[in-house]
Ligand binder design. Structure first.
Ligand SMILES: C[S@@+](CC[C@H](N)C(=O)[O-])C[C@H]1O[C@@H](n2cnc3c(N)ncnc32)[C@H](O)[C@@H]1O
Length: 207
């Protein structure tokens, strides 16, 4: 927790929150992974100190594969030491790779079955959100699922206070969401037990 707060203060734009997500949000973000039959390839983007990673690891079986992309080197070191080293020792057949790069530039091979994304899109310029969404969707097989989260009611709360540039940013993000909902199947699930409450948003990729 302290590590997260420290890094959040130093990198508020890319971290996007001052506290990690709750175990209840992590459970909702990874619900489909737990129900999946057969081997799976999973990509986690924006792992931070591992709030979602712990839940992802619990859902891995057999010869599943996990790639984690996290651009902050301090978080990467924390993930390696606190979570991944012990997991690799206990489950040598499960291949886990940690990429200390932004998702826009990470060297990844596509065909993922699941993407679990913890990025703070509301802090990003819409053009960057658009690039990242397209990248993640391009790395998924048809029928694969991408889950990301957004804080409940944030657009409505912020909108009167943000000025014209801020409203432009909110409109840009809404346009991306509408385009995604038009092209793919999108569902949302509200998790109240998170600070602040958040929606887990699931996108099932259509061809
Ligand atoms: C809101 S924190 C989420 C951390 C954790 N998943 C959670 O929910 O508590 C966002 C994380 O995304 C990382 N991040 C931001 N932009 C990124 C990018 N372009 N590529 C990869 N990671 C990024 C940040 O360093 C930070 O660790």
């Amino acid at each position: 927790m302290l590590k997260f707060v420290h890094q959040a203060i130093r990198n508020i734009r890319t971290t996007g929150s001052v506290v990690p997500s709750s175990p209840m949000l992590a459970k909702e973000m990874t619900r489909s992974l737990r129900g999946h039959r057969g081997e799976k390839r999973v990509l986690e983007v924006g792992a931070g100190t591992g709030a979602f990673t712990s839940a992802v690891l619990l859902a891995l079986r057999g010869h599943d594969q996990l790639d984690i992309v996290e651009m902050n080197p301090a978080f990467c070191e924390h993930l390696e030491v606190r979570l991944l080293q012990a997991f690799r020792r206990r489950h040598p057949a499960i291949k886990i790779q940690l990429h200390a790069q932004p998702i826009e530039r990470a060297q990844l091979v596509g065909g993922y079955d699941f993407v679990v994304c913890g990025l703070p899109f509301n802090n990003f310029p819409p053009a960057l959100t658009d690039v990242i969404f397209k990248r993640m969707l391009s790395l998924m097989r048809d029928g694969a699922e991408l889950t990301y989260f957004e804080y409940a009611g944030l657009g409505a709360i912020r909108s009167p206070f943000v000025g014209s540039a801020g409203r432009e940013r909110i409109r840009g993000h809404q346009a991306i969401k509408h385009a995604t909902a038009r092209d793919h199947r999108v569902t949302r699930h509200l998790v109240l037990a998170n600070f602040p409450p958040a929606h887990a948003v699931r996108i099932v990729k259509r061809r």
